[in-house]
Design a binder for this molecule. Structure first.
Ligand SMILES: Nc1nc2c(c(=O)[nH]1)N=C([C@H](O)[C@H](O)COP(=O)(O)OP(=O)(O)OP(=O)(O)O)CN2
Length: 141
C-alpha cells in the first residue's frame, strides 16, 4: 500500500485567511497623471556640430507621481488638485522656446523633470519624455 505524505510546506492547521496582511499597512499609495506640451529648445552646452545644439522641437510628455496617505475621501490627492498645480506650469512651457523660461536655460529632459518636481507640492517623481523612446526621471530620494 502507498502512503501519501503531504510535504511540510503544504501542511497547514489553519485555512488560508482572507484578512488583509500586515504588508498592506506598510504599503505606499502613488497616483499619477500625464500631461503634454509642445516646445522648441536648444542645448547650449553641447559641442558645435551636435544636432541638439540647434533649435528644434519636441512633443513632450510629463508623467507626475504623487504619493501619500489616503485622506477621508480615499484620495492621495484629487486629480483636479494635481491639475491645479501643474496646468499653470504647463502654460509656462507650452509653445515656448524653453531656453527663455526661468530655470530652463539648459533645457535637457533631466533639467525639465527637475524643474517640474521642484514646483509641485507632494510630488514624488516626474518623468519627462522628449519622444516615445527617450525619457528622464527625477525622484525624491
Ligand atoms: N540625456 C539626454 N540626452 C539627450 C537629451 C536630453 O535631454 N537628455 N536631449 C537631446 C536632444 O534634445 C535631441 O533632440 C534628442 O535627440 P533624439 O533622441 O535623437 O530625438 P529626436 O526627436 O531628434 O529623434 P529623431 O529620431 O532623431 O528625429 C539629445 N540627447
Amino acid at each position: 500500500m502507498t502512503t501519501h505524505v503531504k510535504p511540510a510546506h503544504l501542511e497547514s492547521s489553519t485555512p488560508a485567511s482572507t484578512e488583509p496582511t500586515s504588508q498592506a499597512s506598510k504599503s505606499v499609495t502613488r497616483i499619477g497623471r500625464t500631461y503634454r506640451f509642445e516646445s522648441a529648445h536648444h542645448l547650449p552646452l553641447l559641442p558645435e556640430g551636435h544636432k541638439c545644439k540647434n533649435v528644434h522641437g519636441h512633443n513632450y510628455r510629463v508623467e507626475v507621481i504623487v504619493s501619500g496617505a489616503l485622506d477621508a475621501r480615499g484620495f492621495v490627492m484629487d486629480f483636479a488638485e494635481i491639475d491645479a498645480e501643474i496646468l499653470p506650469l504647463i502654460r509656462k512651457v507650452d509653445h515656448r522656446l524653453l531656453n527663455d523660461v526661468e530655470g530652463l536655460e539648459n533645457p535637457t529632459a533631466e533639467i525639465i523633470a527637475t524643474w517640474f518636481l521642484q514646483r509641485i507640492t507632494g510630488c514624488q517623481s516626474v518623468r519627462v519624455y522628449e519622444n516615445d523612446d527617450c525619457w528622464a526621471e527625477v525622484k525624491i530620494a
